[in-house]
Structure formats: C-alpha cells, structure tokens
Design a protein. Structure first.
Ligand SMILES: Cc1cc2nc3c(=O)[nH]c(=O)nc-3n(C[C@H](O)[C@H](O)[C@H](O)COP(=O)(O)O)c2cc1C
Length: 203
C-alpha cells in the first residue's frame, strides 16, 4: 500500500500493476449520494474530465456496458458504502473495466486501517484488483439530516463520549473541489498510458 497524500490510498504496490489494459477511453462517473457531498464531487469530476456523471439509480445497462473506465463515487454510512449492494450486483459487469473509486467519509485520512477496512468489507473481491481507491472528506450538516440519521449521529456522539473516544462523526463540512485533483491526475495518467506502449495488464 502506498499513501500518496492525505486523501489517496493506492492499493497497487507495484508500479507494474498500475492500470488495466484497455483501448476504450470512454469514461463514466457513477455515484450515489444522500446529502449532496458525493454528487457535488461527481459534478466537479464531470466538469474536469468532460465525462458524464450519472446517479447509480438512473444508470442504464447500456451506459455501463459501453464505458471503458468507470469512476465510482459513494459515501460511507455506518461502515457501509451506500452503493454496496449495487456493487455486489454489478460485480461481473465491472470486473473487466478499470475502476476508480472515491469514498466520501467523515473518517480522517490518517485512519488508514479504518479506511482499508471499508474497502475490504464493501468492495467485492472480484473487482478490487481493478480498483484504485481515493478518499474525499465529506460533510454532516445536522439540520439537513433525516430524523433517523440525526438519531444515529446522536447515539454515535453519546457512545464516543462514554468510551472517552474522539468523535469522527460530528457537524463539519470539508467538501472542496481541490480534493479531486489526485484522482483527476490519476485518470490523466491512465488515459495517457493506456493504448500506448506502456500498457500493462493488471491481472
Ligand atoms: C448517520 C450517519 C452515519 C455515518 N457513518 C459514517 C461512517 O461509518 N464512516 C464515515 O467515515 N463516515 C460516516 N458518515 C459520514 C458520511 O459519509 C458523510 O457525511 C458524507 O459526506 C455523506 O455523503 P453524501 O452527502 O453524499 O450522502 C456518516 C454520516 C451519517 C449522517
């Protein structure tokens, strides 16, 4: 594992295993969001890369089938990716594509074990080797939450206080366009390298 900066975790230890070999450079962003942080990042990525961003619930089978590479965006709720079940259902369709996954979290970027755990528990094994993982900071605006989510945040705060733990989930907003830069650069390296003489098969 290489930590490239505060918000990037790269699960490809060997530079020879960088990208999946593909000649199809057509990209798509597929995201799921509850309170707007993940969809905001999707909109910024879409503008920066000039590729469409589609909500997971609105995605057609053809859109997924015709994409050469896929950027997946999902927040974490109670340790689970919001698109966890969809990822499981689409494992076969995603397996042959180069994937870039950005997780939007309240977890601080130095909590490497915890972030790795999210990937291990939520990303099906069949697509992990094609998947480069990035972590973007999210937001919690308490007044915007549903009643159920308010209760969860309150319970989390209470438990943390009882256990004398520092709380990760509390009101904050760290959503910032600057955080997409590493991913945008990674895509540029991918689209530049793939199809050229440095193409390398990842598996
Ligand atoms: C009820 C609740 C549970 C959450 N659970 C986690 C969690 O387990 N781990 C984490 O890192 N962030 C957690 N978060 C933070 C969200 O991932 C963060 O707010 C993110 O920005 C939400 O993205 P969205 O606005 O696209 O829905 C939680 C937030 C809420 C409201």
């Amino acid at each position: 594992m290489i930590i490239k900066d505060n918000f990037v975790l790269n699960y490809h230890p060997s530079p020879e295993r960088r990208f999946l070999n593909t000649t199809n450079m057509k990209g798509i962003i597929i995201y799921r969001s509850k309170y707007g942080a993940t969809s905001q990042y999707a909109a910024w990525l879409s503008a920066a890369l000039n590729i469409p961003a589609v909500a997971q619930q609105q995605l057609s089978r053809d859109q997924l089938a015709s994409a050469g590479y896929v950027i997946l965006g999902s927040p974490i709720y109670m340790g689970k990716l919001l698109m966890r079940k969809w990822l499981q259902r689409q494992e076969a369709a995603l397996a042959g594509k180069q994937l870039f996954l950005y997780l939007v979290t309240a977890t601080k970027p130095d909590k490497v074990e915890k972030l790795q755990g999210y990937i291990r528990l939520n990303v099906p094994p069949g697509i992990r080797s094609n998947c480069r993982c990035f972590f973007f900071p999210g937001k919690i605006i308490y007044r915007q939450l549903s009643l159920a989510d308010k209760m969860k945040v309150k319970t989390g705060s209470l438990l943390a206080r009882l256990m004398h733990k520092k709380l990760d989930v509390s009101e904050f907003n760290n959503v910032d366009e600057a955080h997409i830069q590493e991913l945008v650069q990674d895509i540029a390296r991918f689209t530049g390298a793939s199809g050229g003489k440095f193409m390398i098969q990842a598996s």
